[in-house]
Design a protein around this ligand. Structure first.
Ligand code: ASP
Ligand code: MG
Length: 459
């Protein structure tokens, strides 16, 4: 069995749905059923998050947002169906009513509970999966709509729930053993052991596909998106950027962390790798193009790729001081981009790079630690300073490169182009470089020339 996952942009236009038909047409559904996992229509989850925030702040705009969401779906349905199937109209009306009832319940209660967020944002996939199932049926492909809350069971960690693998495995296994049919399943959403709606974190539809794939021992998972797979660099910045044919899961994990051109839910990468299920990333708008295949075996993965993070800072700490373990744990849990680097300039200090989108966390914590150490008259913490606040991070990833040798080449290339390296860090399969923002574009093009010129093994 195969699992296909279609992201927001891949389910949101007439062209993408026509291409989906071509893709599904390549399978013999009578021979083997197919599972399609879908995201919400483009922008809808953001609208729903906005709705949840409006309710939380007790603002009055919620009716307007509901109206916009309904309108977007109705408009889309009108564009893709010449004649809207009655069942679909009924299903959509029912979901709209559920959404309004949910909102009214929260408004009347005058307070918003953590679980209300998940209830609200879950509607995107409930709408889209019904539309896609109806569309496929109209085109003579027999698919049934399936609400993933009837399949995937989680804890109560609302907004980012953790899977109860034992329960989910037994429910999913017995459901698909009894129902040997093709389904369109709602991505992103699940239910808690107590029956409340939960969600799997932003971008969680990848994870839904992964969960079903690992339990049903799928042959592979294909993520249909709107770009030609993972690229050697962001194609909007580097004209010569090309698609990577094969990469390993560990390279993908690294590239996602440091800013690759396709976002993949991190837990999906781990699970697929653990179960050795190949993961394909393909373009719905260029469906014949082979895209990127992500696998465990390194043999065929010989290209290098660049990922970028364009807004970072460098924090320096006194050399004699270590970050408290509890703080480190929190940083890891929150998945913040934060790591120690070597610099050529600040030799007597410990320097760390931190992404600016989480820097508030560090500022607050350092301030707290400073107050504590002052109150206790401790002298071991007296300085945590931001010494650069507008720098960029370019990471070269390749499982097979000799990092020392590569770094020497990079240094020579950048020196020739008069680009200064502020700091760097070697990781297991990558080298991260810290550079000045003004030099970002030049550095990226220059580095891309260097890394694409010297593949490690010829493919
Ligand atoms: N619709 C959800 C989101 O936008 C889940 C997904 O698209 O994977 O985060
Ligand atoms: Mg989405």
């Amino acid at each position: 069995m195969e699992i296909l996952k279609f992201g927001g942009s891949s389910v949101s236009s007439k062209v993408s749905l026509e291409n989906m038909i071509q893709i599904v047409g390549g399978y013999d559904l009578d021979q083997e059923p197919l599972i399609i996992v879908v995201s919400a229509l483009k922008g809808i989850t953001n609208d729903l998050v906005n709705l949840a925030e409006t309710l939380k702040k007790k603002e009055k705009d919620y009716n307007k947002i509901i109206h916009t969401i309904s309108e977007k779906h109705e408009e889309f349905i009108k564009t893709v169906f010449n004649e809207v199937p009655k069942e679909l109209t009924k299903g959509i009306k029912k979901q709209e009513k559920n959404l309004i009832d949910t909102v009214n319940e929260i408004v009347n209660r005058k307070s918003m509970m953590p679980k209300d967020y998940d209830r609200i944002v879950s509607f995107g996939e409930l709408f889209s999966a019904q539309i896609i199932a109806a569309y496929l049926n109209k085109k003579q492909f027999h698919f049934s709509f399936k609400d993933a809350r009837e399949l995937i069971i989680t804890d109560e960690g609302f907004t980012n729930a953790k899977i109860d693998w034992d329960l989910t495995t037994s429910v999913v296994t017995s459901f698909f053993a009894r129902n040997k049919k093709s389904y369109v399943v709602t991505g992103f959403i699940a239910r808690s052991i107590y029956g409340d709606t939960t969600t799997l974190g932003r971008g969680g539809s990848d994870y839904t596909a992964t969960i079903l794939a690992t339990i049903l021992k799928a042959e592979k998972v294909t993520k249909w998106t709107d770009v030609n797979g993972i690229m050697t660099a962001d194609p909007s910045k580097v004209l010569e950027a090309s698609s990577l044919e094969n990469i390993t899961f560990s390279e993908l994990k690294n590239m996602s962390k440091f800013g690759s051109n396709v976002l993949v839910h991190p837990e999906s990468i781990d699970e697929l790798s653990k179960h050795d299920i190949p993961f394909l990333i393909k373009n719905t708008f260029n469906c014949d193009f082979k895209g990127t295949q992500v696998i465990n075996k390194e043999e065929n993965c010989s290209q290098k790729a660049l990922s970028t993070h364009q807004s970072c800072s460098i924090i320096s700490l006194d050399k004699s001081w270590d970050l408290p373990k509890t703080l480190m744990k929190e940083i890891i849990n929150k998945n913040y981009l934060f790591f120690r680097i070597k610099t050529f300039k600040y030799k007597d200090q410990s320097c760390y790079v931190v992404a600016n989108d989480c820097i508030h966390f560090f500022k607050e914590n350092f301030e707290m630690l400073l107050q504590e150490s002052k109150a206790k008259n401790l002298s071991n913490f007296d300085s945590a300073k931001i010494i650069e606040d507008d720098i960029v991070l370019i990471t070269v990833t390749s499982q097979k490169m000799d990092k020392k040798e590569e770094f020497e080449k990079i240094k020579t290339t950048l020196e020739t182009d008069k680009i200064n390296i502020l700091g760097y860090r070697f990781f297991f399969n990558s080298i991260s470089l810290i550079l000045n923002k003004e030099e970002f574009k030049r550095a990226l093009v220059s580095l891309h020339g260097e890394v694409s010129n010297n593949q490690i093994f010829s493919v």
